[in-house]
Design a protein around this ligand. Structure first.
Ligand code: SAH
Length: 419
């Protein structure tokens, strides 16, 4: 999502303010840091990076802060780092052109409606297109700062999304990646009441009718909205990549309730079971937070139990990080060392599953979409079910989807030969 926001920022500045990009910060007339605030670490990093850029920037160059930390800290950023010229929140990207011209401007209104905003065109990849389908979040997970930085959930009109996908296909892009905090809640809230009734399944069906779009991916879906229609569409639509993110957060029903996730351990397991039954080749990734307040050893064992049963292909593990003004930040916290130990236990367990899955891939044939030529002569791409694959080959493979036989497992990626 931040990558797409950055693309929008670049597009707007190219079109309206006559900026072009440089890779050399010492040469830049304008330096923007686009920030995250989901966990505490990136926030701390912001101020040290700002200091570094301020030291090396050329005379008169401007510095701006965008993204979720901008939404969350607002003018405090300028108070702490007076050389910062402007602050633009994650929900205010459309105001970037004006903000760069207005010293001291702080645009952080989380109710600002950008859903009908047609941003100028810029994409960092020739092969894949990130497309926002909704803004904000309607959930109230007690650990999460996102609703306070990206605002209430609104879906972008389907027409805008379909046009973006068509334009991408015309430019030779074969894969689209739909983005939102709860993508499968798409269509629940539109800013205009006249918008046609739409849901995520219908959006997927309409997008897959576009000639030239061969692959559709999305993140993040919420387990709560994985209804049978959606799972059926996921299973039967050949353009939908068979790699799905099902964010668990915790395996303990008690902790899930404290997190206000809206589902139980059993319910989560049932969703994964349905996905696996319908699509035995599907790969499943997840997010897990360890050491959420009050998480007992028994609660953590429940998380390990879910991990053992589902055997996720990929896990994004996090140690709970208290965020300002979230309900969980005022609950009784767990000792940090316990969190580190649980995190390590989880990582070790997951490695054993990862090895199992990756070993199973050896000898299989997968359709790989090639996107990156490495200096050592290898070409990298992803299989339809999200595995990273390297082959030897020339740039002729870039942008093509080709059958590859997998030969070697290097744990996080695979090697293969083009058939
Ligand atoms: N909308 C997505 C979450 C996006 S944030 C969802 O509900 O699934 C990405 C991930 O960061 C979350 O899934 C969660 O695992 C992690 N995260 C969010 N807040 C956190 C916090 N306070 N501490 C640690 N991890 C957190």
């Amino acid at each position: 999502m931040n990558t797409r926001d950055t693309e929008h920022i670049i597009a707007e500045l190219n079109t309206h303010n006559n900026y072009t990009q440089t890779t050399n910060p010492q040469e830049a007339d304008l330096i923007i840091i686009n920030t995250c605030s989901v966990r505490e670490k990136p926030v701390a990093k912001l101020f040290s990076e700002l200091g570094q850029f301020n030291k090396i920037k050329k005379d008169g160059a401007k510095i701006g802060v965008c993204g979720c930390t901008a939404s969350h800290l607002g003018d405090e950023i300028i108070k702490r780092a007076s050389y910062v010229d402007f602050v633009v929140g994650a929900r205010n990207v459309s105001k970037i052109s004006k903000a760069v011209e207005t010293k001291g401007s702080v645009e952080i209104d989380i109710n600002h409606d950008e859903t009908n905003y047609d941003f100028s065109e810029f994409r960092s990849s020739l092969y894949k297109a990130n497309i926002n389908i909704s803004l904000g979040c309607d959930k109230q997970c007690t650990f999460c700062i996102v609703p306070a930085t990206r605002g209430e959930e609104i879906s972008i009109p389907a027409e805008i999304i379909l046009n973006e996908a068509k334009k991408s296909a015309q430019n030779g892009i074969k894969e689209i990646f739909l983005l939102g905090q709860n993508v499968n809640n798409y269509g629940k809230y539109f800013s205009s009441q006249n918008s046609e009734k739409y849901d995520f399944t219908k959006l997927l069906q309409e997008l897959s009718k576009i000639d030239g779009i061969e692959r559709i991916r999305f993140t993040s879906p919420h387990p709560l909205h994985m209804d049978d229609d959606f799972i059926e569409e996921f299973a039967s639509n050949p353009k939908i990549c068979k790699f799905i993110h099902v964010p668990l957060q915790s395996g303990s029903t008690k902790i899930l309730k404290d997190m206000k996730r809206g589902y139980t351990k059993e319910w989560f397991l049932k969703v994964c079971e349905k996905i696996k039954t319908k699509v035995p080749t599907a790969r499943i990734s997840t997010d897990i937070i360890v050491a959420f307040p009050h998480e007992s050893e028994e609660d953590f064992l429940d998380t390990l139990d879910v991990v053992n049963q589902v055997k996720f292909d990929q896990i994004f593990n996090f140690k709970y990080s208290p965020r300002p003004n979230t309900p969980a930040s005022t609950m009784e916290q767990i000792d940090s060392d316990i969190g580190t130990r649980r995190l390590n236990t989880l990582i070790e367990l997951h490695k054993t599953h990862q090895d199992l899955h990756m070993d199973k891939a050896i000898g299989q044939i997968h359709k790989v979409y090639f996107e990156d030529l490495k200096p050592n002569g290898e070409i990298m791409g992803f299989s339809d079910n999200g595995m990273q694959v390297f082959v030897e080959g020339s740039e002729e493979l870039l942008g093509k989807i080709v059958d590859v036989k997998i030969t070697t497992n290097t744990r996080t990626s695979l090697k293969g030969v083009v058939l």
